[in-house]
Design a protein around this ligand. Structure first.
Ligand SMILES: CC(C)(COP(=O)(O)OP(=O)(O)OC[C@H]1O[C@@H](n2cnc3c(N)ncnc32)[C@H](O)[C@@H]1OP(=O)(O)O)[C@@H](O)C(=O)NCCC(=O)NCCS
Length: 219
């Protein structure tokens, strides 16, 4: 059990506060944001303190941190804050939902794994990575640092996802494929070959018929 400060007062901070208080033995004590975003003194009945002064208010020897920032700027904002907090001397908790299928895979720090993820054996997950709900991480697959994997993504066995990659909802990664650094893999993509660094993949999306729904005969 650790005493924990959450970075942020937005929706993701609210979500992680919910999971930590309902599904972990950690004690959330405060929130922190950059001073320019300090729009309220309290959030969830806890103090909100400026990140610039955090180490003077919550001693890094006594308190840990979690930084659940989104995938904005290809996860680089979250990485930047993670390294800043590390420099201030903080250690991080990670959160793995009790409802994830998890068999002791090594998981880095400041990493979040929500419910219904299936993390098969012999996998590895890095630091500062977020797996939103319901993904499949197949046996011997690796997910690097600073990644964000949205819901219902299939990462097949022995695939490798390199650092700073974003994978959108319902994407499929074939077994043993290597996803290079900083890839943006859009919702519903199907990746069957190794990728190039910084590449973007996207589907065109479902077509809209030139009819309205009352003109379809069998429904
Ligand atoms: C791939 C994805 C990121 C593209 O996002 P977007 O908001 O459409 O991107 P933008 O509008 O900034 O488009 C950037 C450029 O790519 C082009 N582009 C986007 N989708 C395209 C497509 N399907 N085909 C061709 N070009 C496309 C745009 O036209 C634009 O070109 P321009 O700069 O010349 O105008 C988006 O479709 C996606 O899949 N997002 C993930 C959603 C998701 O999983 N969310 C869950 C979060 S928890």
């Amino acid at each position: 059990m650790s005493k924990v400060v959450i970075f942020g007062i937005g929706q993701i901070a609210e979500v992680i506060h919910f999971y930590l208080t309902s599904d972990s033995d950690h004690d959330v004590v405060a929130f922190t944001v950059d001073r320019e975003y300090l729009t309220k003194q309290q959030f969830k009945d806890l103090p909100v303190v400026p990140f610039e002064d955090i180490e003077r208010i919550y001693d890094p020897l006594l308190y840990k941190m979690i930084i659940p920032i989104s995938y904005k700027k290809m996860n680089k904002i979250r990485a930047e804050k993670y390294y800043e907090a590390k420099k201030k001397g903080y250690e991080f908790i990670s959160y793995i939902s009790s409802r994830a299928a998890y068999y002791g895979t090594p998981v880095g720090e400041n990493t979040i794994i929500f419910e219904n993820n299936v993390i098969q054996p012999f996998t590895k997950i890095g630091n500062n990575t977020i797996l939103w709900s319901g993904n499949h991480i197949g046996h011997h697959a690796e997910v690097g640092d600073h990644c964000f994997i949205a819901s219902q993504v299939v990462v097949s066995g022995a695939a490798k996802i390199k650092d700073y990659t974003f994978i959108g909802v319902n994407a499929t990664i074939r077994d043993s494929v290597i996803i290079e650094r900083e890839n943006l893999i859009g919702a519903g993509s199907v990746i069957l070959r190794d990728t190039e660094a910084k590449a973007v993949y996207t589907q065109r999306g479902t077509i809209q018929l030139e009819k309205n729904s009352s003109e379809i005969r069998r429904i």
